[in-house]
Design a protein around this ligand. Structure first.
Ligand code: HEC
Length: 144
């Protein structure tokens, strides 16, 4: 029946029907393609986010393992050896203010200063253990 109906169409009508079918297929295809592209774009975005998170975690781990300062022990050593010149609250006196020394000097610089002294400050290498000096320098290095 359908075929006989089709056969009653003249060529123009057949062309119109065919091109309509082709067009609608094309639109469906385009929609499917758009959907597929946007889905895969979402997938990529997720991967990127995951990568970023992983990097962030690594950085956090690095920071945590780098900051092994025993603040209480550092304060004890500081109070016993440094307050006469740098004050209990690090505000300074004979020696300079150390409240923001970590923003000015690296932990290595501070270690060297404590080890060697100079400019009116005594050297503490030998008086204090290397562990105490390293801990003290790490603690002062966090003063920013
Ligand atoms: C006898 C006094 C005296 C004592 C005790 C002393 N310091 Fe100092 N300190 C100074 C002086 C003076 C300076 C400045 C030296 C200079 O200008 O070169 C200084 C500088 C420093 C600096 C460099 C600060 C900067 O801004 O450049 C650090 C860090 C420091 N002292 C830490 C300590 C620590 C930690 C102790 C205790 C273990 C200590 N000092 C004990 C007198 C002292």
């Amino acid at each position: 029946m359908n075929r006989s109906l089709w056969e009653t169409y003249d060529n123009n009508t057949k062309n119109e029907v065919l091109s309509a079918m082709v067009k609608s297929k094309w639109i469906m295809g385009l929609m499917a393609l758009t959907l597929a592209v946007s889905l895969s774009a979402c997938g990529n975005k997720k991967e990127e986010t995951n990568n970023g998170t992983t990097t962030g975690n690594n950085e956090t781990t690095g920071n945590t393992s780098g900051g092994t300062v025993d603040a209480a022990a550092a304060e004890t050593v500081y109070k016993a050896n440094c307050i006469s010149c740098h004050a209990v609250d690090l505000a300074g006196g004979i020696g300079p203010n150390l409240q923001k020394v970590g923003g000015k000097l690296s932990v290595a610089d501070i270690t060297k200063r404590i080890d060697e002294g100079g400019g009116g400050m005594p050297a503490f290498k030998g008086t204090l253990s290397d562990t105490d000096i390293a801990n003290l320098a790490g603690w002062l290095g966090s003063m920013k």
